[in-house]
Design a binder for this molecule. Structure first.
Ligand code: SF4
Length: 235
């Protein structure tokens, strides 16, 4: 049985595999999936530390692998500048954005709706336009309360596989990888952020929970924008 069909105990792997073994497993998962899905395998690059690690791993598997970035009108200036640098280096990363007009401060009044419009819709569009059969994310199961039950390979939408090749990495191992391989990151991490999103919904915190600084003061605090939980295939 290949890694794409594995039924391994992920919680045990988080604790028992060492850094090198985790990197090898992630590379093997992407390699196996790329062999199966070819150019219909696409990396979703959010430009966060986890995504840039996955992007680097994917480029090691095959430099031809493509990806997409979803940006919004509310991304911090540093993130936009970082995005332009990354896209200059990797033009095979296509940028998606929703410019639809929305109510003022929708991120405060209805953050779920705001994320649906500004984040989930462009992901759906990217998946449709790029003909994606397998999308690859930087999701990790130790990131926060909403991320404990994902699998390395999922099929939440029929006909659309989601690969989470660094699911079992700890935060420290992501930084270890980025440092060892000299992968550039968003300069906002140097200011103390641990999880990056849109400016109005992202704060610096000292909480143990890595995503605690996301959507503080709303029902979504420490939660999800919806791309990992909502249906993504256009019906
Ligand atoms: S993170 Fe905040 S500003 Fe960005 S789409 Fe979601 S609710 Fe809107």
């Amino acid at each position: 049985m290949g890694l794409l069909e594995n039924r391994d105990d992920l919680k045990a792997l988080v604790e028992n595999l060492n850094f090198k073994e985790k990197v090898e497993r992630s590379l093997a998962i992407i390699k196996e999936a790329y062999k199966k899905y070819g150019d219909t395998l696409v990396i979703a690059n959010s430009l966060g530390k986890d995504s840039v690690a996955v992007w680097d791993l994917a480029k090691k598997v095959n430099p031809e692998i493509k990806g997409f970035i979803v940006t919004t009108r509310f991304k911090p200036t540093e993130t936009i500048k970082f995005m332009h640098k990354v896209v200059r280096r990797y033009p095979e990363l296509k940028v998606y954005k929703n410019d639809k007009s929305i109510a003022e401060k929708l991120y405060e009044t209805k953050p779920d709706l705001c994320c649906d419009i500004l984040k989930v819709e462009p992901v759906k569009r990217a998946i449709e336009e790029l003909g994606v059969k397998c999308w690859v994310t930087g999701l990790r199961c130790t990131e926060g309360r909403t991320r404990t039950d994902f699998k390395e390979v999922e099929e939440r939408d029929k006909g659309l596989v989601k690969l989470n090749p660094i699911l079992i990495w700890k935060e420290r191992e992501v930084w270890q990888y980025l440092a060892l391989y000299g992968v550039k990151v968003n300069p906002l991490y140097a200011e103390g952020y641990r999880s990056l999103g849109c400016a109005p919904c992202t704060k610096i915190t000292n909480d143990d929970n890595e995503r605690a600084g996301r959507w503080i003061g709303t029902s979504k605090c420490g939660g999800e924008c919806g791309i990992h939980t909502r249906p993504l295939k256009q019906r």
